[in-house]
Design a protein around this ligand. Structure first.
Ligand code: ATP
Ligand code: LTN
Length: 333
């Protein structure tokens, strides 16, 4: 990582099998950025603890996510792939940054409000300070850019605020990161609830979410069952036609066009045929990833080695930043 390239940091929670939203809004871009940037991609398993998890399932999903990153074509040698809890600097920096973050600003986070409503029986302090841990992730690696979906925009803003606040007191310690939110695919919504974001862990209805490791026939069926509207016109209008517009978003992100442009392909076509075309595009996109995933995840020793090497490379960079911060705030060592 000693070359001139800019640094990218992003992470994903192992809170479920990644959804098509995670793939189109984040993972796909991560892969495409790897040649131009030095990339650090984390499995945010510490963030996942903010919601109650089954330990065995969490451990498995964490390893599977490492394998999935590689199945997507993210090169583990050129980039850093690692598990957040393997690098203790995250926990250490999060504490320090907690002391530079205001209750008021955390109270405004929409993700906190949403998750508190959904997990009313477990509104823990971790859920509240989640953005602080996230800010630390980014700042430890001196990231220039952070590729995320639209839902994380507010967390990026607070990360910048925390970094600037700290720098104003102690000098130029942190790099202030910019969000990198793609023009298409940054907000994929549920197939059954097309006005809400598609989420890997928050849906009561399995037909609402496409999981990247779903059986391919099931994926096609979920798309065929997607909610549309009572018109019969394929047109991009996310306010009045959220279901159709979401399918157009999905399709156009995969083929690399704008949703308005791809709508032209479907002029005069009924919803049944339209859905079939969308399903084909999704299935063909996912098929090779699933094949690769099967291969890679079967090789446990290899995945272990990637995790171990990744943790070492990540810790080296993170600890450098942490040492600086500790000195600035007045720790003796
Ligand atoms: P959870 O359901 O556990 O809250 P999540 O599905 O929202 O998780 P995260 O692990 O929090 O996913 O997010 C990983 C990345 O995927 C982030 O960059 C996030 O912005 C992006 N992302 C999540 N959902 C979508 C979506 N529906 N459309 C586009 N991008 C998304
Ligand atoms: N909170 C993020 C996952 C995440 C993240 C990060 C993303 C944890 N740490 C650092 C970007 C940078 C989410 O997507 N829900």
């Amino acid at each position: 990582m000693e070359n001139e390239k800019k640094i990218i940091y992003s992470a994903m929670q192992p809170s479920g099998v990644p959804s098509l939203g995670n793939y189109l809004g984040a993972l796909r871009n991560w892969k495409n950025l790897q040649n131009e940037y030095n990339c650090v991609y984390g499995i945010a398993n510490m963030h996942a603890l903010t919601v109650r998890q089954d330990p065995a399932a969490l451990r498995k999903r964490t390893r599977d996510l490492v394998a999935l990153f590689m199945a997507l074509g993210i090169d583990h040698e050129k980039n850093i792939l690692y598990v957040q809890s393997d690098v203790s600097a995250h926990a250490e920096l999060a504490w320090i940054l907690n002391c530079f973050t205001y209750m008021g600003e955390l109270s405004r986070m929409t993700q906190f409000k949403d998750k508190s409503a959904k997990h009313a029986d477990n509104i823990n302090a971790g859920l509240f300070t989640y953005p602080v841990l996230m800010a630390g992730d980014i700042l430890l690696y001196r990231a220039d850019l952070v590729p995320v979906g639209e839902d994380q925009r507010q967390h990026l803003e607070i990360s910048r605020d925390i970094a600037e606040r700290f720098n104003n007191i102690y000098g130029d310690v942190f790099k202030v990161p910019d969000a990198y939110i793609a023009k298409v695919g940054a907000r994929i919504t549920g197939l059954q609830e097309p006005t809400k974001k598609m989420s890997k862990s928050e849906s009561d209805n399995d037909n609402n979410v496409i999981f990247i490791l779903d059986d391919l026939n099931l994926i096609a069926n979920k798309i065929k069952r997607a909610v549309t509207d009572s018109e019969a016109e394929v047109r991009y209008d996310s306010i009045n036609k959220p279901g159709v517009s979401n399918l157009l978003n999905i399709y156009s992100t995969i083929i690399g066009k704008t949703p308005e442009d791809s709508a032209v392909e479907f002029e005069g076509m009924g919803y049944g045929d339209f859905k079939k075309r969308v399903a084909e595009a999704v299935v063909e996109e996912i098929r090779p990833i699933q094949e690769k995933f099967k291969q890679i995840s079967a090789d446990k020793a290899f995945v272990d080695k990637v995790m171990k090497d990744g943790a070492e490379k990540a810790a080296y960079i993170a600890n450098k930043t942490l040492r600086k911060v500790k000195k600035k705030v007045g720790y003796p060592n």
